[in-house]
Design a protein around this ligand. Structure first.
Ligand code: SAM
Length: 201
């Protein structure tokens, strides 16, 4: 990657850190971009753009790759628009300002990346399942949720956090119990799940 691009990426990482915007951890983004290259992914749907960091990193893996990404927070959406423009990716990264559950899309994607509200993954999964191509994958980030998913409930003091962790655990069970989909869990970044149709191995 050329120095200028690396600098622009570093600037986004710094902005995210300074403004408390949660973006993918280094190990997670490396896993995601490597997965995209290995599996020749060309159409991605992302739930949860934030400032466009992961959408841009994905788009930079391959000049044929197209990303549709959805964000409901206006400030982050506007920042993502700026970043996508800065990287000259307007023709390949389409940004939608909306709650993802209100978005109805036509067409299929070979990767659907779930990185929105962590308690809503089952809803996102079921809402966009119809847009997953036959050989496509769902990838879900934050399956470990900063180590909390491994903890016993009584160790988690905050009621809201306990409720959120319970929802993530439910999602993990939902994936594990699915008759239609198979999921592999990776201890990378904040924990990543890769889901594909069972019939595809
Ligand atoms: N994927 C981004 C990255 O790594 O650069 C980080 C996304 S951040 C973890 C999650 C984002 O999802 C937040 O900006 C939040 O506003 C957005 N979000 C949460 N629930 C959403 C929903 N239902 N629809 C659209 N965006 C949502």
């Amino acid at each position: 990657m050329d120095t200028n691009l690396s600098l622009m990426i570093r600037e986004m990482e710094e902005y995210a850190e300074e403004n408390n915007v949660p973006i993918m951890q280094k190990e997670g983004i490396e896993f995601l971009t490597t997965f995209i290259m290995k599996n020749q992914i060309e159409k991605v749907l992302e739930v949860g753009t934030a400032i466009g960091y992961s959408a841009i990193r994905m788009a930079l893996t391959n000049s044929n790759l197209k990303v549709v990404t959805i964000e409901r927070d206006e400030e982050r959406y506007l920042e993502a628009l700026k970043n996508i423009k800065k990287f000259n990716l307007e023709d390949r990264v389409t940004l939608i300002f909306s709650d993802a559950l209100d978005v109805v899309l036509d067409g299929e994607f070979d990767l659907i990346f779930l990185d929105g509200a962590k308690g809503k993954n089952i809803e996102f999964f079921e809402h966009f399942e119809r847009n997953l191509s036959h050989n496509g994958y769902f990838i879900t980030d934050n399956i470990g949720f900063h180590g909390y998913v491994e903890k016993d409930e009584f160790e988690i003091k905050s009621k809201n956090l306990r409720a959120l962790v319970r929802k993530i655990k439910n999602y993990i069970e939902y994936l594990k119990n699915s008759k239609e989909y198979h999921t592999k869990f990776y201890d990378k970044g904040d924990g990543i799940a890769v889901t594909s149709r069972r019939e595809n191995g």
